[in-house]
Design a protein around this ligand. Structure first.
Ligand SMILES: [Zn+2]
Length: 136
């Protein structure tokens, strides 16, 4: 399906095509640090369809849990994570886009969880927590 989205401040916008069936949670410790949260939800977008406006800031994470170097891209103004991809010049084959920046985020229910051995133990118990419809 077609997707589009923007960072928190709107400087970076993206569009492309993504399959909701490929939406994935990653619990690895790099994702916990990189999000400042317990996990990240991402979906792959083929390089052939991926478009971005604005100039993202990137850095190369060479010691990811997977052992594969990954380029991490952020908005330089607001810090929102945008995507990760393979290192190299020019367009890459695939961009792993952060579902939280997508306007269609509700349609990207995660279908699997990776690196579950690193998951925070409380993530499986969220349904039992008291729920406030807005901030209490
Ligand atoms: Zn921004």
């Amino acid at each position: 399906m077609k997707i589009d989205g923007a960072c928190h401040c709107g400087y970076i916008t993206i569009e492309g095509e993504a399959d909701p069936e490929k939406s994935t949670i990653c619990h690895c410790t790099d994702r916990q640090t990189g999000t400042g949260s317990a996990f990240r939800v991402s979906v792959p977008v083929s390089g052939a369809t991926f478009r971005m406006s604005g100039q993202a800031t990137t850095y190369l994470k060479t010691t990811a849990d997977s052992g594969n170097p990954r380029v991490q891209a952020f908005c330089p103004r607001c810090g929102s994570p945008i995507y990760s991809t393979t290192p190299g010049d020019g367009p890459q084959p695939s961009y792993t886009v952060r579902v939280g920046i997508l306007r269609q985020r509700k349609e990207f229910t995660p279908r699997r969880q990776n690196w579950f051995r690193s998951a925070q133990p409380w993530v499986t118990g969220l349904a039992a927590l008291h729920k406030n419809e807005k901030q209490a």
